[in-house]
Design a protein around this ligand. Structure first.
Ligand code: ADP
Ligand code: MG
Length: 484
């Protein structure tokens, strides 16, 4: 695969020499990966904006750097790093006897439909450095910290649980499961837990790994007949942190192994922390045993942040870089990019890059022009009217009926779904949503949201609408109509 760390390091050095450190840092820093696969130089970028920019400005430098490093001409191919692709990562060596087999695992596949994703492999850290590589360290950056996590109603509970776990690991719930959509801070929280534990409880061995790396290491050690070494590595952990656990879906053998690992570490008093892209019960093809174990602890959800939190996150990120961004600009970005924090970060990066390159003042005009493409391509701005429209269309009810006093299921359920969706997609406050849907108060909206969430968590089979099996399916159709 493309992610040979030495090659990538050499490519980076050659490129930095050509474009200069400043520009290199701006365009080829975090979020951009370089690798060689056959006769292709593969450039992983966070979004279309980066691709266009790099292609337009640095294609020649890329080619020449690649030729210097590999000694042959390569073609340049871009790919947008799929945010859902779990980070590659490496098994964390725990303190104790070193693993005798140092060879990097060749990915071995369990029969599972995994498209050839681009594992973002270890970047700068040599694998046998004795450091404790994990997905962050192997991506060449320090672990994210809980202190840098901006909280709001969407994530406060998850953050509090993380802090609690760091304060007294082993004293409370077990496991801690953090679930929620892509780019909402799950990995940040997991890394924060690991960093916090290492700082505050240096005697507690923490194993931090992605489920993908766990899978690869497991399969590889099976092939190499070394299951004992593999097992002891994890089973010595005082805290076991596993990111993107949904990756285990449909991988029976690895699930069985993980169940043993889970049981073994819990039996010896260790704490387990997991992140998942949805509620464990909703992960298809995850064994009942695992789901039962996961749900026995604390299950918290992170949601898309509300407008105030989005602004606070942007403010914090700008501040961390020592850049003064006017409130109006922060508000503009926060109002237009609503679905994930990762997207917000990307927008801020584009904005800073534009300001730097054009030398223009950071104002609304600059924000509009810098984000025009990002906003058009990635964020569908959804308003309350849009939600009303798709719900009314799907259920065949009139907007007036949705807003009227009717309490019959034929309108009450669609209304509840509308409120839930409005909350999820528009960033409107509870009060605003209540007023829009027939002058109801905010507690009605909160109740509706809660109800729909319960349906989802219970995987309620749906009699909402013929032709749809579950509430999730109905919501899926609505989201699609909104342009999810
Ligand atoms: P996930 O694992 O849920 O897909 P990440 O943890 O990778 O998401 O978050 C994506 C990016 O957004 C990261 O750079 C992370 O630091 C940042 N981020 C997410 N939530 C917050 C937050 N509440 N405060 C600060 N940064 C955040
Ligand atoms: Mg993640």
């Amino acid at each position: 695969m493309a992610s040979n760390p030495e090659t990538e390091a050499a490519l980076r050095a050659a490129l930095a020499q050509r474009v200069g450190d400043d520009r290199f840092g701006l365009w080829f820093g975090e979020g951009v990966s370089l690798g060689v696969a056959g006769d292709t130089l593969r450039v992983g970028v966070p979004n279309g904006f980066f691709r266009e920019w790099i292609q337009g400005h640095y294609a020649a430098d890329l080619c020449s750097a690649a030729q210097t490093v590999t000694g042959r001409p390569l073609e340049v191919a871009f790919h947008i790093e799929a945010e859902v692709a779990p980070l590659g990562g490496e098994v964390v060596p725990l303190p104790g006897p070193a693993d005798p087999r140092k060879a990097p695992p060749t990915p071995v596949t369990e029969p599972a439909p995994k498209p050839a994703a681009q594992p973002r492999g270890p970047r700068d850290l040599p694998k046998s450095s004795g450091a404790t590589p994990n997905s962050a360290a192997s991506a060449g950056r320090p672990l994210r910290r809980l202190e840098d996590f901006v909280t709001g109603p969407s994530n406060r509970l998850a953050h509090a649980a993380a802090l609690d776990l760091v304060r007294s690991p082993g004293a409370g719930f077990n496991p801690l499961v953090i679930h929620g959509g892509v780019g909402l801070g799950k990995t940040h929280l997991l890394e924060g837990i690991t960093a916090g534990l290492r700082g505050q409880h240096p005697g507690t061995p923490v194993a931090h790994i992605t489920a993908e790396a766990f899978t690869n290491a497991f399969l590889e050690s099976m092939r190499a007949n070394g299951l004992n070494g593999f097992r002891s590595r994890f089973r010595k952990a005082g805290v076991l942190v596993v990111d993107d656990i949904h990756f285990l879906a449909a991988k029976r053998a690895t699930q069985d192994e993980f169940l043993h690992t889970f049981n073994a570490v819990v039996a010896q008093g260790a704490t387990v922390v997991l992140a998942c892209d949805q509620h464990p019960r909703r992960v298809a093809k995850l064994s009942d045993e695992l789901v039962t174990r996961f749900l026995a602890g604390m299950v918290v959800r992170v949601e898309a942040p509300d407008p105030a939190t989005r602004r606070a996150i942007l403010r914090a990120k700008a501040q961390a870089r020592g850049i003064d961004v006017p409130e109006a600009v922060l508000a503009y970005v926060a109002d237009h990019l609503r679905s994930s924090v990762r997207e917000l970060e990307g927008a801020l990066n584009s904005l800073l890059a534009h300001a730097l390159l054009t030398g223009k003042r950071m104002d609304l005009d600059l924000a509009r022009s810098a984000l025009r493409d990002t906003i058009r391509h990635t964020a569908v701005v959804v308003g309350l009217k849009d939600v009303e429209r798709v719900v009314c269309e799907l259920f065949g009810v009139e907007p007036e009926a949705l807003k009227a006093d009717g309490r019959g299921r034929a309108v009450a359920h669609p209304r509840m779904l509308a409120m839930y969706l409005a909350r999820k997609r528009t960033g409107a406050a509870y009060g605003e949503i209540g007023r829009f849907f027939g002058g109801r108060n905010h507690s009605t909206v909160i109740a509706a949201e809660k109800k729909v969430r319960t349906w989802l968590e219970e995987e309620k089979r749906s009699n909402l609408l013929s032709g749809f099996e579950s509430v999730a399916d109905v919501l899926g159709a609505l989201e699609q109509a909104l342009g999810a």
